[in-house]
Design a protein around this ligand. Structure first.
Ligand code: ATP
Ligand code: MG
Ligand code: MG
Length: 349
């Protein structure tokens, strides 16, 4: 069984690692140009944006290129929002910007607090601008290929991660709770019993999207919790940062699950016992002391350091969430992690 992953970042590398365990030969492909996989290789992606060049065009025309329709629908925020509206899935009220819409008109429609998001290419909160009605802002750089959406005063953020195979069978992990700082994920918590009353709703919402697109593989849906209901923030047609904890806290990691789905291998329900915690190592240099902690499972991506860049993550798993709380207390993290750390300490157990 051979799989090629478009993109050669950490997600591709972790798919490769999972493939090694279950006997799937995974290679990763450089989006700027690489060897075209043979026709027996199944091609998937670790990202939803890539440049148009001779290589990516050949990939898009490959007989085993999966989820073409999904990327067309989800890679752009405008078409993604349209799809959510069309499927009747709750999402923050939005509009597409154009040069003739004034800031005041945006606030008239969406309220005093609004996020502008570039339609494509954004991640980790890049390509976004938050505007307030009380503060006139120069929007000249935000007129085309941009959506405006209402800022949601959410009670919390969760994500649902699941997989679908070609037969339309689906499996899901339990809801994950996520904490972002400045638009970037810092900590995810998986405590199976938390928000159990939202699980069926979340699975139903993600199924609706995966079925509508006839999607094959792992998909992630980020949601805001508002008054006991879910509202979709955004959807990613790939393995997702908020499910990295599955490497430590589920019998089948999201990376293995994706390979199972795309290869037509058994899509068994992952077994989840106990609680898990993932801490993103954002903009920090390698620290050998992380290995001092016997419970911490380090995944280091080996990328060049940049401020704000995801350099790696730490996974922790234990039957008792109080133990995770203890470990997190002991973990030395830079100042910018403190609010997420406090949030996690308050939400574990
Ligand atoms: P990712 O790396 O997840 O792809 P992204 O750049 O696509 O990130 P979003 O998921 O759109 O960014 O936003 C990042 C975070 O910013 C959200 O998880 C949330 O905390 C906050 N945020 C975004 N949109 C809104 C909104 N409409 N109301 C309130 N908070 C928001
Ligand atoms: Mg995103
Ligand atoms: Mg997001």
């Amino acid at each position: 069984m051979k799989v090629a992953v478009l993109g050669n970042g950490q997600l591709g590398a972790m798919l490769q690692e999972a493939g090694l365990r279950i006997g799937v030969d995974v290679t990763t492909l450089n989006i700027d140009g690489d060897t075209l996989p043979d026709n027996d290789t199944i091609i998937t992606a670790e990202r939803e944006h890539w440049p148009t060049n001779a290589f990516t065009q050949a990939i898009e025309n490959h007989p085993n290129w999966l989820n073409k329709a999904t990327f067309a629908a989800l890679a752009n925020r405008i078409s993604q929002k349209k799809l959510l509206d069309q499927l009747g899935l709750a999402t923050s009220p939005w509009l597409e910007l154009n040069p003739s819409i004034s800031q005041e008109a945006i606030h008239q429609k969406l309220g005093p607090d609004v996020f502008l998001k570039r339609a494509s290419g954004g991640y980790d909160g890049y390509g976004q601008l938050r505007i307030k009605q009380a503060t006139p802002t120069d929007l000249s750089a935000w007129q085309n290929d941009v959506i405006a959406e209402q800022a949601i005063n959410f009670d919390g953020e969760v994500s649902i991660i699941g997989a679908r195979n070609r037969q339309g069978e689906t499996v899901f992990y339990r809801l994950t709770e996520n904490r972002h700082t400045n638009g970037i994920l810092i900590i995810s918590l998986s405590q199976p019993a938390r928000h159990a009353q939202l699980q069926a709703q979340a699975e139903q919402m993600l199924s609706t999207v995966m079925n509508a697109l006839d999607y094959v593989g792992v998909m992630a849906m980020e949601c805001f919790m508002v008054g006991g209901k879910l509202m979709v923030n955004e959807i990613a047609p790939r393995v997702h940062n908020s499910a990295h904890w599955t490497q430590a806290g589920a019998s089948i990691s999201q990376f293995e699950l994706h390979l199972r789905a795309v290869c037509g291998l058994h899509l068994a329900q992952p077994v989840q016992t106990g609680s898990s915690m993932m801490v993103n190592l954002i903009g920090v240099p390698y620290n050998p002391d992380w290995l001092k902690h016997g419970a911490a499972r380090l995944h280091w991506y080996g990328k060049d350091w940049r401020a704000g860049r995801k350099m790696g993550h730490l996974n922790f798993h234990h039957p008792d969430p109080a133990q995770l709380r203890q470990w997190l207390t002991e973990l030395e993290l830079p100042e910018q992690f403190q609010s997420a750390k406090e949030w996690a300490l308050n939400n574990l157990g």
